[in-house]
Design a protein around this ligand. Structure first.
Ligand SMILES: Nc1nc2c(ncn2[C@@H]2O[C@H](COP(=O)(O)OP(=O)(O)OP(=O)(O)O)[C@@H](O)[C@H]2O)c(=O)[nH]1
Ligand SMILES: [Mg+2]
Length: 598
């Protein structure tokens, strides 16, 4: 076989020798990986943690195994030796190779860094750009779980490599995670269990995963006392059959002495070695194993993607509800402030008292229904020369509005917090918020003060502009810009209170005075438009203030960066892979290119 004949796609020429179906599949899988990487499940919803783990495992398996494997279908078959600590995995690997290539030991766990043994001719298949790209290739024994030691051995048959993995049930989490990752990258699981441990839960959890994804599995029952071989083998075979692994070959290694080097007697492993060698030499059988495991992995990935997509949908839904709750609380506050600043509520207490001081009431109010001209004169007469009283109205309005806005900002914060507290995900978000979101922001009062003052100065400007050509008239001069401005504010505050006749309570009555006063200077039309504009501007200011408060909640949701398109993207990517998989059922990957024996 020459290099020319092999399917050896590289990054530059992925489609050169790889058949179209395979290229399409690789593209679809790369897209699936992208969608999985992009999916974020940050909210602590029931089952989210599990799906996050699944997501990582799936991305790992795509990168470690499925994608590189699909691009190098002719690479040697990789058998990963997995199982419980002390089951004798390293000893088995050494015994199969016939020399000490990986360190066995009495300390549990012994193996922390994987060791891959291959024939020297196969070295090029195991570079960093291939399987398990995150593991740094090293040539010496190490304990670094992020390294993969490569050992070339003439004792291996070309076409098959063996990897000694850390234990699956380690006290060390890193070991367990790495073992699972390595098994997910195996073409063939060489699963080692011992007579003492074969009924343990963890190994069976792993074997169930293997059965689920139709991974090719061979079981090695290690360290079996000769007189128990029959009983245990029978029991184990039954367990395997009932767990969907009846086709998995089962090998037994009797408990026996180990050599000084830590090797088992060659005859103890002769059967396994012969089986592996036959597999290595039979390109078709090998390719069938690869095909089975690869296809099972892809099938499982597409199925699990739908669960991740469901979880992503739940995240989007939960986020939407949290956002709605926050919006609802603050929308209500905006409406409430809008109402209270237009229905006369503000024309009470201090504001009313100061306003009455400014315009005077008693007689005036009683005479409302009399001639307008007379009223105008009385108003002019009543307020003439009291500019400092207009200033006092301004101050009272400022504090009244501030209190109103603050009150509703507090109420909204409380409501939003209470609704978020109602869900576990919301509780965690509140905890991580770094401030008490159940209260208005600490600087809210200051910001409200500034906003109200800004509004008042806007009103002043409006009056000033509107009166530009009237500045010299007697009435304008009499009321002054300040006087006319407070009158305008009062009119705004009584906007929906009913400003005429019988409906006019004290507040309404006060507003009527303001209205008449303004009309006397500007005319009805202009007053209506001024009041309308002033009210709008107040609404805008209030909405801005409360929106900033609302954003404390919605920003928290935004930083989670959950995109509502993710579930669809996941499902589409998964369906695409499924379609290609279905199409390939009759033409397995690589079948439309020339398969070459290694
Ligand atoms: N007598 C005897 N000892 C064995 C046999 N298999 C393994 N051992 C010993 O059991 C101990 C553990 O074996 P290892 O091969 O290191 O086990 P392992 O499964 O690789 O363990 P970890 O790397 O910790 O997961 C070593 O001291 C071996 O020498 C056997 O068949 N007979
Ligand atoms: Mg070991």
């Amino acid at each position: 076989m020459s290099d020319e004949d092999t399917v050896e796609p590289t990054d530059e020429t992925p489609a050169r020798r790889v058949p179209d179906a395979t290229t399409a599949m690789v593209t679809a899988l790369v897209r699936l990986r992208g969608a999985l990487q992009e999916a974020r499940l940050p909210l602590e919803l029931p089952g989210a943690a599990e799906q996050r783990t699944a997501q990582t495992e799936m991305v790992d398996q795509l990168e470690d195994y499925v994608i590189p494997r699909l691009m190098t279908l002719d690479a040697p078959l990789l058998a990963v030796v997995g199982g419980s600590t002390g089951a004798g995995k390293s000893t088995l690997v050494n015994s199969l190779v016939g020399s000490r290539v990986t360190t066995p030991g009495v300390l549990r766990p012994t193996t922390r860094s994987p060791v891959l043994v291959h024939h020297p001719d196969d070295a090029r298949w195991f570079g960093q750009d291939r399987l398990l790209p995150e593991l740094e290739r090293v040539e010496r024994s190490t304990n670094d779980p992020e390294a993969l030691q490569l050992v070339a051995s003439e004792a291996m048959t070309p076409g098959l490599a063996i990897l000694d993995a850390p234990d699956i049930d380690s006290v060390e989490e890193r070991n367990r995670v790495l073992a699972a990752q390595l098994l997910a990258a195996a073409d063939l699981w060489l699963f080692v269990t011992s007579a003492a441990r074969y009924a343990d839960q963890v190994p069976w959890d792993f074997l169930r995963k293997a059965a689920d994804r139709s991974a090719a599995v061979a079981i090695v029952l290690d360290r079996t006392p000769p007189d128990a071989v029959e009983t245990i083998t029978t029991h184990l075979a039954r367990m395997l059959a009932s767990r969907g692994l009846k086709d998995s070959p089962l090998f037994t290694v009797e408990e026996g002495p180990v050599t000084e080097e830590g090797l088992l007697r060659p005859e103890s492993v002769a059967e396994i070695r012969a089986w592996l060698q036959a597999l290595a030499e039979d390109a078709e059988a090998r390719s069938a194993v690869v095909q089975q495991t690869l296809d099972g992995a892809v099938r499982t990935l597409t199925r699990r993607t739908h669960s991740v997509a469901d979880a992503a949908t739940e995240q989007t839904d939960a986020l939407r509800r949290l956002r709605e709750d926050a919006n609802e609380a603050y929308d209500r506050a905006v409406v409430a402030v809008g109402e209270a600043s237009a229905d006369g509520t503000l024309l009470r207490g201090e504001v009313l008292a100061r306003w009455q001081e400014f315009v005077g009431t008693g007689e005036l109010l009683k005479s409302l229904e009399t001639r307008v001209g007379w009223l105008r004169d009385r108003v002019v007469g009543a307020i003439k020369g009291k500019p400092q009283q207009a200033e006092r109205v301004t101050v009272a309005v400022e504090s009244g509005l501030e209190t109103l806005v603050l009150e509703h900002a507090e109420a909204a914060a409380e409501r939003a917090e209470a609704s978020w507290r109602g869900t576990a995900a919301g509780q965690i978000l509140l905890q991580d918020a770094g401030e008490d979101l159940g209260r208005a922001s600490r600087d809210f009062r200051r910001r409200a003060e500034r906003a109200v003052r800004d509004w008042q100065s806007d009103v002043l400007d409006m009056v000033r502009t509107e009166g530009a050509d009237k500045r010299s008239t007697a009435r304008f001069l009499a009321f002054g810009v300040n006087g006319l401005s407070v009158a305008l504010m009062v009119v705004v505050f009584a906007h929906t209170a009913g400003v005429t006749g019988a409906e006019a309570g004290i507040a309404g009555g006060s507003a009527v005075l303001g209205q008449k006063l303004l009309e006397a200077v500007f005319g009805d039309q202009a007053v209506r438009s001024l009041a309308e504009r002033a009210r709008r501007q107040l609404e805008v200011k209030v909405a801005e203030l409360l929106d900033a408060e609302r954003r404390r909640y919605t920003d928290l949701l935004d930083t989670l960066e959950v995109s509502p398109e993710v579930p669809d993207r996941l499902r589409t990517a998964s369906r695409r892979v499924d379609d290609l998989r279905y199409a390939a059922t009759h033409t397995p990957y690589g079948a439309d290119t020339q398969q070459t024996a290694p």
